[in-house]
Design a protein around this ligand. Sequence first.
Ligand code: ZN
Length: 251
Amino acid sequence: MKHLQTRALVLRSRPFGEKDRLLTLLSLEMGKISARAPGARNVKSKLSAGVEPFTCASFLLYRGKSLYTITQLQVEEPYVNIRGNIRDYALGLYLAELVEKTVEEGEACPEIFRLLASCWLLLNEQKGDRDLLARFFELNLLNLLGYCPHFEDCIFCGNTKGPFFWDKSAGGIFCKPCSTDRVSFPLSGGAIAFLRSFLSLSTGKIVNLRAPVGQKKELQAFLQHYFHYWTGTGSFKTLEFLQKINGSKGG
Ligand SMILES: [Zn+2]
């Protein structure tokens, strides 16, 4: 069967030849795949409406030797508000790049599909704190990839009493006596409570969370170093873009 239908999110879209676009899709049924959209660089093409990032669509695909070709698509959710705000746009692209760089081609990962779709939806509804949404996404993606940091108690001795510390290679938090001989950073009880709640709350519930700037910085440093180390991903172009925009607008 060479024709197949799938529901997918557009992670990335780039020009391909003179007339086509090449998309990286996160398919609900097939995981990450690459697909060519013939003629989609022409705005009059019937495919052009569904080939930009922040699109959830039903795609009819033809399986070629090395690539899928899109023959039809029907947009289900265009997330139009994300495109209207440069900070949300940059954050949405960052979430997509995290997925693109960590998910293996062709391996079904429906939970990651649902995580990204629900976080794009929250961005689109313009609800909640954007920094906490980013941290929620990073931690839950790590969890679904099998790299969730341990932060129930000290990873080395089981001590439940803080203060706690971390370093990116330890796999979790540890207590003061276990921190000797390590270059480590403190992680406050408040930050640890946020990490725990990120794993237990559904995406819709995080709109109510608020945190002081200092705690958000702690969470960002912890999660970004940890993510980079454990997933082996290089630098993120979209993160540089996001930081530039946030910097230019005062946080
Ligand atoms: Zn310990």
